[in-house]
Ligand binder design. Structure first.
Ligand code: 8DG
Ligand code: CA
Ligand code: CA
Length: 300
């Protein structure tokens, strides 16, 4: 089936939201029209796309010079469609224009611009595996009770990744307890050894920034999770996105709600109850009566 969802991101955010939450791709306009937020116009476009593989209206939009400018500007990490539109309206039309006049950009967008070429490169498994070794040895030096896992496409075994997604926990850090200085300690130590080069944002539980091991600058995210929520987090941030959607929808079918923090049974009125105890990824599959899937089997 064609990726109908993607086409609609450009033209209708509500409909795109509704369609993207479906566990399976819809097969006709009529089927889509039954959903809330999808009217005649969108359903006609779905039929046109399924029949012809394209949309006349979208082709027309794509051919406008402004669309090319918007597409180019959104290649910068941190610049989304709305910001790109604002920049184009202000007269920007290329990466070079941004480099010449970066005043209107946020700190994050300036970092995206500074490392524009590097951030478009894929990161090899080898390089991420070296980062992993370095992280493990740093964590051990900072505090032996720290634990980390590199998730995302790397954990799924792919040959290359778009960025590096690290999850961090500490043996004594439980949800509801204090312990939120762990992330800052780690980030400061990684700055000290010059692995982390830029910080886009740093809170108690989430770091977004840049690291450099070899030649290229890479996007690095680190999230701190309490021990009791760690494996739901590892499962979620390992993905893939599609795998997560299918697993969550299976969970709902059999009376559970699963997110990046917890798995909770639903009561008769579909209200989530207390989180279930989880001490491994396997536990989550068990609760859902699913056969365990190795991360390498989760890319679809
Ligand atoms: P990549 O970086 O190599 O391109 O792939 P990735 O590691 O699979 O994707 P990611 O964008 O870095 O996200 C990491 C995981 O987070 C992803 O595999 C699954 C999970 N995830 C969802 N939904 C979403 C979402 O809406 N946005 C993001 N960024 N991640 C999500 O399940
Ligand atoms: Ca990733
Ligand atoms: Ca990521």
């Amino acid at each position: 089936m064609f990726n109908v969802k993607k086409v609609f991101f450009a033209s209708n955010f509500t409909a795109a939201g509704v369609l993207s939450k479906l566990p399976e791709r819809i097969k006709s306009g009529a089927e889509a029209k039954k959903l809330e937020g999808i009217g005649t116009k969108i359903s006609e476009k779905i039929d046109e796309f399924i029949a012809t593989g394209k949309l006349r209206k979208l082709d027309k939009i794509r051919n406008e010079p402004e669309s090319n400018a918007i597409n180019e500007l959104t290649r910068v990490a941190g610049i989304g469609p709305a910001k790109a539109r604002e920049l184009v309206d202000a007269g920007y039309s290329s990466i070079q224009d941004l480099r010449d006049n970066p005043e209107g950009l946020s700190k994050a967008q300036k970092i995206g611009l500074k490392h524009f070429e590097d951030f478009e490169l894929r990161i090899s498994r080898n390089e991420i595996s070296e980062v992993e070794t370095l992280l493990k040895s740093e964590f051990a030096k900072i505090d032996v009770k720290l634990r980390g896992t590199i998730c995302g496409s790397y954990r799924r075994g792919l040959a290359s990744s778009g960025d590096i997604d690290v999850l961090l926990t500490h043996e004594d850090y439980q949800s509801g307890s204090e312990g939120k200085s762990h992330l800052k300690k780690v980030v400061h130590a990684l700055e000290k050894i010059e692995l982390i080069t830029d910080t886009i944002s740093l809170g108690d539980t989430k770091f977004m920034g840049v690291c450099k091991l070899k030649k290229h600058f890479r996007r690095l995210d680190i999230r701190l999770l309490p021990r009791d929520q760690y494996y739901c987090g590892v499962l979620y941030f390992t993905g893939s996105d599609m795998f997560n959607k299918n697993m969550r929808s299976h969970a709902l079918d059999i009376g559970f709600t699963l997110n990046e923090y917890t798995i909770r049974p639903l009561d008769a009125g579909m209200v989530p109850m207390q989180p279930l105890p989880v001490s491994s990824e396997e536990d989550i599959f068990d609760y859902l009566s699913m056969e365990f899937k190795h991360p390498y089997e989760r890319s679809t």
